[in-house]
Write a protein of this length. Structure first.
Length: 490
């Protein structure tokens, strides 16, 4: 038997051991003794010499110690392995660069580490400790923080929050970071973050040997109140510890409202929902109860919104409304600790027609009642049912394309009237061409208009000589089907 020899050729990657680098003088370039917010450039430099040609240099930056949890940035350099670089420096050359910090960082006595990983060479670690005090003459003193908006007032979203304080000292190019809080200095109560002089521009040279008035403002993200509320200003500057100031707005007796109850119509046994009558009346009394826990005052308005789908906020109810209404007068003052119930007349919507679609206001809807006073806004939403007391069997209207329609089909039962309400002229449109009689009655049952139509699905109803009121339209077709509709002359 012949011996079988197998030769295995192992090809090792070629490593150029002539590629070496030497680094020294690592330094953080940001101004010493300063705190920087997230997203600020972290500027650094070091001296480098040697031949790294096409080799990648991997740099990691650490804060306080070289541990994974303290790594603040990973910086790969020259990773394209481009031979055209031919980066060879026989003498030391300055390498300067930066990265955006993912978190805020400080240059007040903090030690930063640079760990360099290059080719076959062992890891190299360098450190730089920032000065503890930075410029010793940089300092600020603040007093007399004050909210300038009128006391005892509720302000809506987007109002300017005006403030002032007295400041002296030398902040030169140093950034001043201000945070404003409501009621307590906790993260959830922070209403605004206000960075000032963050360009670190040495041309500012802001030095005030005596106190000077600093006045400014910001747009509130939420509504705010100046009725007995305490606001806090926390100032963070360079090496100095944070300074906290407070201002309590005067209590002037403005009301503190809350919506305690909305009483809708009784539940209908056939629907198990609060039920409104589409045809019987124009309005339905709803009882809205509001309590005042402080001061004396009255509401600005009570509004209502109809939607087909339940929403998750007041703004969404308003944005997705298919009909709205508002009561903005007739409100009485409510004494402290007292409640008041308003009888609000909610107008039942009529058929809505716009931009090629329409909605029939019968069936299930969501009614959202909204109470407002200044910045205060509260709502109660509930599912309701709107019924047709005439039992006419009308179905939701759909716009119909031209063509032949079976009079016995659902489409043939469609009845469209627009505009409604109107000044007295209405356009009637059936879902098919045929013979029918249209009549209009007042609520006393007296006929005030009639017209027979042959072979057409459209007719104009002219009631300009009739008084503003509610009327009933009745359409009887050749099959003796009866369709009814409420008409409103405004």
């Amino acid at each position: 038997m012949k011996n079988l020899f197998i030769f295995v050729l192992v090809v090792l990657p070629f490593v150029s051991f002539s590629q070496t680098i030497e680094i020294k003088n690592f330094k953080v370039l940001n101004a010493a003794g300063t705190s920087y917010p997230a997203g600020t450039k972290f500027n650094f430099e070091f001296d480098i010499k040697g031949n790294y040609n096409d080799g990648a240099i991997y740099m990691r930056f650490y804060k306080n110690s070289v541990t994974p949890s303290n790594c603040i940035y990973y910086y790969p350099y020259n990773t394209d392995h481009d031979y055209d670089d031919h980066s060879y420096y026989p003498d030391y050359k300055k390498f300067t660069s930066w990265f955006y910090s993912r978190d805020g960082f400080s240059t007040d006595g903090i030690t930063y580490y640079l760990v360099v990983d290059f080719g076959h060479m062992p890891l190299q670690t360098f450190s730089y400790t920032c000065e503890t005090t930075g410029d010793s003459d940089l300092s600020v003193e603040i007093k007399n923080f004050k909210v300038l908006n009128a006391a005892g007032t509720n302000y809506p979203v987007g109002t300017k929050f005006n403030f002032e304080f007295d400041i002296k000292g030398n902040y030169n190019d140093g950034a001043i970071y201000m945070r404003f809080y409501k009621n307590s200095v906790t993260p959830s109560n922070c209403i605004y973050y206000y960075p000032y002089n963050t360009d670190h521009d040495y041309d500012d040279h802001s030095y005030y040997p005596d106190y000077k008035k600093f006045t400014s403002w910001f747009y509130s993200r939420d509504g705010f109140s100046t009725n007995g509320i305490t606001y806090y200003l926390v100032v963070d500057f360079g090496h100095m510890p944070p300074q906290t100031f407070s201002y309590t707005c005067e209590t002037t007796g403005d009301p503190d409202f809350s919506l305690t109850n909305v009483e809708l119509p009784v539940v209908d046994g056939s629907t198990q929902l609060p039920t409104f009558d589409y045809n019987n009346t124009d309005v339905n009394n709803i009882k809205v109860t509001v309590k005042n826990s402080g001061g004396v005052g009255k509401l600005d308005k009570i509004g209502w919104v109809f939607t087909k789908i339940q929403q998750n906020s007041i703004d969404n109810y308003i944005y997705n409304a298919v009909a709205t209404g508002v009561l903005n007068s007739g409100f009485a003052n409510i004494a402290t600790g007292s409640s008041h119930t308003y009888d609000v007349n909610i107008n039942i919507p009529y058929d809505y027609y716009s931009s090629g679609h329409n909605i029939r206001f019968m069936g299930e809807f969501y009614l959202c009642v909204i109470v407002e006073s200044g910045a205060y806004r509260e709502a109660h939403a509930e599912k309701i049912y709107i019924k047709d007391s005439f039992k006419s069997g009308l179905i939701p209207i759909s716009l119909l394309k031209s063509g032949s329609i079976d009079p016995r089909s659902k489409e043939s039962q469609s009845l469209l009237v627009y505009p409604n309400p109107s000044e007295g002229v209405f356009n009637l449109e059936l879902g098919y061409n045929g013979n029918y009689t249209a009549r209009v009655f007042n609520l006393a049952g007296q006929e005030i208009w009639e017209q027979k139509v042959t072979g057409d699905n459209k007719v104009q109803i002219d009631l300009k000589n009739s008084a503003p009121a509610t009327y009933i339209l009745e359409v009887i077709d050749q099959n003796e089907s009866v369709l009814k509709k409420k008409l409103i002359i405004k």
